[in-house]
Design a protein. Structure first.
Length: 324
């Protein structure tokens, strides 16, 4: 997920040389630096959000596959993100976070090509599906680099003491992009056609690469590295809690379009927008609760609220109540 730090396996970092210290001194300067870097997360997740509300319907209605296959097209991206985490971390460690973000944006742009090709292969549904799946795998792997790389880049620029701020803004950027991207993708497809999704992804990535070109990189900090599986064992209990919390997002992102269509409800993308907007509002309004009440208590409350929301979505007789 967006809030994960890319350096869980770097346990003992060497002190940064004084000549490489780039940490701004004022809170406003720190925030400006962080925002200027997490905007690449915004671009990366905008590439995810744009096709999010249109792909399930395209696979189900246009290509003629079932709901399981439509869900697979969405979920395979997140599976690729999970599997590629160790690989992405090694790239960040060895090449630097800026280079990782650039590689990730290039991968996102390539996924746009794979999103564009099926438009020309409507008469071959299976070929279109295979190409879409390849593009989703590429996009998921690229997201590992862009999301984690942006966090590492931000921490490297503003200092480890501002890690929480970097992760917070990175989460806002990611879910903000999903909130904007979903209705934007629906509007583009309804107005101009599915080809606009692939083209917009390629253009966004080209813009992102251009913006990274002259931006100051964070220094590569050497340190002791632990095996990935060793780190996984340490974070697994807490990570499972986060994974369970992510089920709600996965359910909405994958099936909300088909669920709305099965009930003949309009504006499925609005559900994704409200979800992303609510995430941002909660992060801004209640961000300090963890420090005050502790992570365990906050997690229990959040999981309870999430369960209530999914229950309400399931039982809602109208789209308005479902949006609540």
């Amino acid at each position: 997920m967006p809030a994960r730090t890319p350096y869980p396996h770097r346990m003992k970092a060497c002190p940064m040389p004084e000549t490489q210290q780039t940490t701004p001194q004022t809170s406003m300067a720190v925030t400006q630096t962080v925002i200027s870097i997490v905007m690449f997360t915004f671009i990366g997740y905008l590439n995810i959000g744009i096709p999010l509300a249109v792909l399930p319907g395209y696979v189900h209605s246009d290509l003629g596959f079932g709901a399981v296959i439509a869900g697979l097209v969405i979920s395979v991206q997140y599976l690729a993100t999970l599997i590629s985490r160790p690989w992405a971390s090694r790239i960040i460690d060895n090449l630097g976070s800026k280079k990782a973000v650039q590689i990730g944006l290039t991968g996102c742009g390539l996924s746009g090509v794979f999103m564009l090709v099926p438009v020309w292969l409507d008469s071959w549904p299976m070929a279109s599906l295979v190409i879409l799946l390849i593009g989703r795998v590429i996009l998921g792997s690229a997201e590992s680099l862009v999301g984690s790389g942006s966090i590492g880049w931000g921490i490297g620029r503003v200092g480890a003491q501002n890690t929480a701020k970097v992760i917070s803004w990175n989460g806002i950027a990611s879910y903000g992009a999903l909130a904007i991207g979903a209705p934007l993708g629906v509007w583009m497809v309804d107005s101009l056609g599915l080809w606009t999704v692939g083209v917009s992804i390629m253009l966004l990535c080209a813009l992102g690469l251009y913006l990274t070109w002259h931006k100051q990189a964070a220094p590569i900090v050497p340190g002791e590295r632990l095996p990935f599986m060793h780190v996984l064992g340490r974070v697994f209990p807490h990570g499972m809690g986060l994974a369970l919390g992510g089920i709600g997002f996965g359910t909405i992102a994958t099936f909300i379009t088909l669920y709305y269509a099965s009930n003949h409800w309009p504006n499925a993308a609005l559900c994704l927008t409200l979800f992303g907007g609510s995430f941002i509002a909660a992060r801004l309004l209640f961000g300090n609760l963890i420090n005050r009440l502790g992570g365990f208590r906050v997690a229990i409350v959040c999981l309870s609220v999430e369960s209530l929301g999914l229950l309400l979505l399931w039982m809602a007789p109208t789209p308005e109540l479902a949006l609540a």
